[in-house]
Design a protein around this ligand. Structure first.
Ligand code: GDP
Length: 408
């Protein structure tokens, strides 16, 4: 067994090259590469019809992502929830963004909306599955990422609190997607109503342990970013107003809604939270939303799926579990073989021992026999010697010799 050797800690020395060598250019290299590749973002919008979803998307990207509904023929309301994807290629200052907006017409529009969340969750998971399939292919060069990076959930401006449908939807979806709740058409509520409504929504969210997307607050961020992120969090859930048409206010064109009592300016932070939502969604946290989708939401889904597929096929389906099982079986086989070999060895040793003991005893017996023979021979020789010395014929018994008077 090798003893662990403690590696000496090599101190990291900070050094500055004496002249510009070029690695300070790395961010530019990354920048150039990403510009060349372009960006892609998939945004889902959920809420009852007429809550201003398409208007808000058009207002956010300041272009008609959704076609103008005024010229479209009135469609029959859908009988089931539909999933519709609109893809738009946008470009701003040479930066390309492929934007996918997934709409869910029909959500919350039926008499019974109990399972309205189901097809939406299925859509999100199907997109995860498609990504997982691509990742598992031998050739993974061109993975297309169609995963949903954020979901804008439109809350009707009732001014009360969340409806059971809202709570159910968010509870079912928050583990799969970055949820961003917004109060739709907030211009229909007074400032006080909005404040009270926001507080009750946040209470419901925390009571039901719903996880909504919040910009992460890193203490080592610069003070300006820290302040910006804190302000964003304070405005949640964003009370938004959408408007893709301009009106004149104090001889200036603004995107807003005109009322007899005045104008609601979408781009005025004192009027609504549209600016804060756009800042978070597009200007400061789009990449963060993509990252969180990939590193947390998708990763959880992926690992749960792999574990579940392992159980489904009885551990044999999960390669890791199968490997562990095979390893255990191999180890048991080796232990059994080792015990058997030990037994055979001991048996052989015993046999050898017995044989040795037997031959030892034989040897001993022969030795004893030979010794006795030699003692007898010696005794006979001594007898002969004595007879010779006394003049008697060797071999004549002493008694008979005496009787015949030879030695008188
Ligand atoms: P969707 O069905 O959720 O996509 O809703 P639309 O975007 O088509 O909007 C439905 C209607 O609400 C349209 O007449 C919009 O002009 C209007 N609308 C959209 N956003 C707002 C808003 O923020 N406030 C008010 N008051 N009306 C809005």
């Amino acid at each position: 067994m090798s003893a662990e050797v403690e590696q000496p800690q090599i101190p990291i020395v900070k050094k500055k090259p004496n002249c510009f060598v070029g690695f300070a250019n790395l961010p530019n290299q990354v920048h150039r590469k990403s510009i060349k590749k372009g960006f892609q973002f998939t945004l889902m919008v959920v809420g009852e019809s007429g809550l201003g979803k398409s208007t808000l998307i058009n207002t956010l990207f300041n272009t008609s992502v959704y076609p103008n509904k005024e010229h479209l023929e009135a469609e029959e309301p859908p009988k089931t929830i539909k999933i519709e994807t609109i893809t738009t290629n946008l470009e701003e200052n040479g930066i390309k963004l492929k934007l996918n907006v997934i709409d869910t017409p029909g959500f919350g529009d039926f008499v019974n909306n109990e399972t309205s969340w189901k097809p939406i969750l299925e859509e999100i998971e199907t997109r995860f599955d498609l990504y997982l399939e691509q990742e598992n292919k031998v050739n993974r060069k061109k993975i297309v990422d169609e995963r949903v990076h954020a979901c804008l959930y439109f809350i009707a401006p009732t001014g009360h609190s969340l409806k059971p449908l809202d709570i159910e939807f968010m509870k079912r979806l928050h583990h799969r997607v970055n949820l961003i709740p917004v109060i739709a058409k907030s211009d229909l509520l007074t400032e006080e109503e909005v404040a009270g409504f926001k507080a009750r929504i946040m209470e419901d969210i925390s009571y039901n342990k719903i996880q909504i997307y919040r910009p992460p607050i890193y203490e080592n961020d610069d003070p300006e970013t820290l302040q910006e992120n804190k302000e964003i969090v304070l405005r949640m859930p964003f009370a938004v107003v959408g408007c893709d048409k301009e009106i004149e206010m104090k001889k200036k064109k603004v995107r807003g809604r005109q009322y007899p009592w005045g104008i609601i300016d979408v781009d005025n932070e004192d009027h609504c939270d549209f600016i804060k939502l756009r800042q978070m969604l597009i200007r400061t946290h789009m990449e963060e939303l993509r990252e969180y989708t990939n590193e947390v939401l998708y990763e959880n889904y992926r690992s749960n799926k792999l574990i579940a597929s392992g159980n489904e096929f009885g551990d044999g389906g999960n390669p890791l579990a199968r490997f562990e099982e095979e390893k255990r079986a191999h180890e048991a086989k080796m232990t059994k073989m080792e015990a058997e070999m030990k037994m055979v060895f001991q048996q052989k040793v015993q046999e050898k021992k017995n044989k040795l003991m037997q031959s030892d005893a034989d040897l001993h017996a022969r030795h004893k026999e030979m010794k006795e023979k030699l003692v007898n021979q010696r005794r006979e020789l001594e007898e002969t010697k004595r007879q010779l010395e006394s003049g008697a014929r060797p071999g004549t018994p002493e008694k008979s010799r005496k009787g015949k008077g030879y030695f008188k």
